[in-house]
Design a protein around this ligand. Sequence first.
Ligand SMILES: [Zn+2]
Length: 719
Amino acid sequence: MRAVVPSLSPSLRTLTLAMAVVSLVCAAGGRLPTPLRAQSTAPTPGAPASLSSAVPAQAEPEGPATAAPQDSPRADAPPGFPPPVASYDIDAALDPAAHRITGRARITFTNPGQVPAYSLRLHLYWNAFSDTGSSWLRQAALDGSGADGTLEARDAGWQQVTALRLINADGSPGPDLLGGLRFIQPDDQNADDRTLAAVDLPAAVAPGETLRLEVEWTSQVPRTVSRTGVRGRDYFIAHWFPRLGRFGAAGWEARQFFANTEFAADFGRYDVRLTVPDGWVVGATGTEVSRTPDGRGATTHRYAQEGVHDFAWTTSPHYVEHRRTFTHAGLPRVEMRLLLQPEHSGQEDRHFSATAAALRHYGEWFGPYPYPQLTIIDPAWGTGFGGMEYPTLFTAGTRWLAPRGTSEPEGVTVHEAGHQFWFGLVSSHETDDAWMDEGLNTFSEARVGSLTHQPDYRVERFFGGFLPWQLRDVALSRATDYNGLDGYRRAGRGDIQATPSFRYWPGTHVATTYFKTALWLHTLERHLGWERLQPAMQRYFTQWRFGHPRPTDFFAALNAGTGEDLGWFLQQVYRTTAVFDYAIDTLGSEPVRTQGVRPARLADVPVAIDRTADGYRTTLVVRRLGDGVFPVDVRVRFADGSEVRERWDGRGAWQLFQYDRPARAVSAEVDPDRVLLLDVARTNNSRTLDPRGPTAATHWARQWMVWVQDLLLQMAVLV
Ligand SMILES: [Zn+2]
């Protein structure tokens, strides 16, 4: 997800406000669950205490780092897509007058685990929007945006299961399970939450065995919330059908629906028939197989796709369709389908080129996109559907006025297209380890952005976002702006990243999930070099494509791929809230003067001396002000143009450097190449002995005058 600032609907404004506040990058992450118990910042249970000892430093044989075969890429997988674990055959019809969907799904589940499945888990996500008792809404009220968690009845959404039965091997109806279906709240014990249901099975499903069941349901489409719902006749329908939880090594890994985290499901085949009014455009996961009018005003659109773990769709009479084909040497062709709002006509090139940039660079760096089509949805103004990823489909987001030289819509488009890799193909657990998809994707998106849509000037928007104000003096940079350094600096102590993401404090979850990860990965890139980091990330992608990795799997791939034990760094950024801050504490450079008493020769009586040598003694003290430890370079420049550069391991509280040289020192800087992007206070990293204040002041005054002049010129347009 990448949160674009939504325009406020009169209804559900509290929800959209809650989302607007995290307006930079995809707002996954975890809002604090509502129970009154204290939420700990304990690392994931069962994870090894030391990353250094948990992961090998040398290259290891290909294969998963954990022993969980159901989480691993399968050795017996045929070329192409993996064997299905959870497949869905769905018929669903939309009643636009009542904003209601009725559906029937036949689900085929093959136990991928090591233990039998004695019961089933069904996600009923839309019940998060049924009443303010839900864990989603109770948490949304905590995020500090001013939202109060209110909900008007006419805006609510819900899901009701109306039939649930097994299907016998011969296709006949099996035992009815509906009576045993019950809501459960394993994550926060909030009895009012109805987003996760369980039902016991009459007979266990052994590992490798297959179960078929049929579920019928009715759901009320909510007013736009969490990037799904309806506004007017614009529908975006996501996490909308009763969906099985993910089955892991030891059983179900299903969680309730939380406001700042997303989903987890198994791969399978989807074959979905959607009935909507004639003439309405449909966009959906997969590719269109057929379109059948019923002669009574409705048309059924059939979409199918193998090897995906979710299915989302949209319909509206307003979309204008554009198509283009992505081709790039060494990568498979991809049909790009764009459903654009009519008022954004002329921006199709920007959507296609940003999507192609993601397909190309992610494809070259990590691995190819394997599906035949990728659908880009440009959501209608004010719907709040923008900036969210689903398999083979995503929502971007743009404006009527989108100046060239800015990254809207390119930034969000690259981000959501990029999620096809970090989410769609490498399917980490988004509720527990949100940083694994959002953080890796923020890092990757920023890298693409720095190569493709440049220059990228800061834009301020006025009049409800309608009027853009481009600041051509302020170019955004990958290292700081794209990585969200400011956001991270304010929240560096927010939560230990190893905490399950849905337990992150709501006010700082974005910084911990997105920004911190992007910053530590970019720091690693600068520390190791991209030529070493890229193969390691490619190794991870290849190993876990169509798999469900956990954090230690990523760390193991990094260590193996770089051939270096990075535990010293990963331990700090993942298992602690250590912040990094190196500073020049002292810099002095004076003539070398010797005073006191000293014998001229060994046997002589000491006599007073006071002599000054030709050179200068430079004294430099560098301090580690944070608890984070990182090796840093220290550079000292001298008046004769020479310089000294040293490496400090950064471990002590301080380090003294002294030089006797012919020239006086003029400046000193710690981490002069800015490798350590996690450094929270960059201004203390350098010190100069020749006061350059007047020069700097003149420089900034000039910059300021240019900026003001630019502003006045732009304002003149309004006069
Ligand atoms: Zn995202």
